[in-house]
Design a binder for this molecule. Structure first.
Ligand SMILES: Nc1ncnc2c1ncn2[C@@H]1O[C@H](COP(=O)(O)OP(=O)(O)OP(=O)(O)O)[C@@H](O)[C@H]1O
Ligand code: SF4
Ligand SMILES: [Mg+2]
Length: 342
């Protein structure tokens, strides 16, 4: 099968190609994202999954261009945002003022922990209305009225009262709804949700996920959904990118990748999760795969998964495997996938 570096990318809202994001540290260069390629279409959800430290959040923060604030440098690759009118922007080369005009308007993000993203000293209504004041020139009153409507949209009871609430007065689920309302204020083309429900209990988690899915479909938004929970991913996503040691090791349609995974790491991930219902009442997080991920400072030569892979052979160490096409729009970074796929 000929190597391919990317799946089909028609009408992609976001096209990320060979992205490299490095953190210079006293211990050496942390290659947090090292050649990541994926795309997301309008109306489509791409899930990004992988162990802790595999580079999911740094990938998301790079798309928002918030990663430089954390001390990183985008060392290579491209991130292209394409609008419905066909115009596009190469996000890696935008200045901060240009990025500020786009952030919150065309791309918005919901973080795992709303408490750290919401400002404790301003009512939540002000924070929901802020993007409208910045990007749409709304007056204070217009922004407040829009915030009430947005709170109703995300299912907050009594939005006229809650618009004046402070973050500490709300439950975790309500805070996450507020974050979602703020993210949706300017009707973004792309919504990035980084583990948006991990801090919530299972019932509230299900409500927020249903809401996300409904709003994404109604608005035909592209969504990147980062999660540890493969059951959720199966429910929410159209496509999935599996990250390991700063790279995407498999990407494709969710039913194919999670139903008949071609990469041994994806297979290992799937064999580690409890079946639905086995952890009744508890948030389902992945059980660890034996061994540990290599350091992002000194990645091994060849396949980065080889030390933990039961199928490793000398050929796996010869060179870093490139993404190979398993089927149209489905790729895997394993030299032995054809022998190993049932
Ligand atoms: N500010 C930073 N300085 C140095 N290294 C960092 C920094 N932020 C992240 N990293 C490193 O970048 C790599 C990727 O981290 P990232 O936060 O993207 O992982 P993740 O996949 O989101 O993990 P989790 O599932 O725990 O959220 C890790 O090796 C991490 O230690
Ligand atoms: S390339 Fe080799 S070591 Fe890497 S996942 Fe495939 S079989 Fe395992
Ligand atoms: Mg993360």
């Amino acid at each position: 099968m000929p190597p391919s570096d990317a799946p089909a990318r028609q009408s992609a809202v976001l096209d990320v190609k060979d992205l490299k994001v490095f953190f210079p540290t006293d211990d050496g260069l942390v290659r947090a994202v090292d050649g990541v390629t994926f795309s997301v279409n309008a109306g489509q959800t791409l899930a990004i999954v992988g162990e802790s430290g595999s580079g999911k959040s740094v990938t998301a923060l790079s798309v928002m261009r918030l990663v430089e604030r954390a001390g990183a440098r985008i060392a290579g690759g491209s991130i292209v945002l394409t609008r419905p009118d066909g115009s596009s922007s190469e996000l890696t080369s935008l200045s901060e003022p240009e990025m500020a005009r786009l952030r919150g308007r065309e791309i918005a993000m919901v973080f795992q922990d709303p408490m750290s993203s919401l400002n404790p000293v301003f009512p939540v209504g002000d924070q929901i209305g802020e993007p409208l004041r910045i990007h749409r020139g709304h007056s204070r009153l217009e922004a407040r009225l829009a915030a009430v409507e947005l709170l109703a949209l995300v299912g907050m009871s009594d939005p006229l009262r809650q618009v004046d609430a402070f973050a500490h007065q709300l439950s975790g689920g309500m805070r996450q709804r507020v974050m979602l309302a703020a993210a949706l204020a300017c009707d973004p083309m792309l919504l990035i949700a980084d583990e948006p429900t991990t801090a919530l209990d299972v019932t509230v988690q299900a409500q927020i996920i249903d809401l996300l899915r409904e709003l994404q479909q109604a608005r035909h938004m592209a969504m990147i959904f980062i999660s540890h929970d493969l059951h959720l991913v199966r429910d929410v996503a159209d496509r999935v990118a599996v990250m390991y040691a700063s790279q995407v090791v498999e990407e494709g349609p969710v039913d194919a990748v999670l139903g008949r995974p071609a990469h041994p790491y994806t297979q290992a991930l799937l064999s580690c999760i409890p079946r639905r219902g086995e952890l009744r009442g508890r948030t389902q997080r992945m059980q660890p795969i034996p061994g540990s991920m290599p350091s992002a400072i000194s990645a091994p030569a060849g396949c980065r998964f080889h030390a933990r892979c039961a199928h490793a052979r000398p050929v796996c160490l010869a060179a870093m495997p490139v993404l190979q096409t398993v089927a149209p729009a489905w790729s895997t970074r394993c030299v032995r996938w054809q022998e190993l796929t049932p």
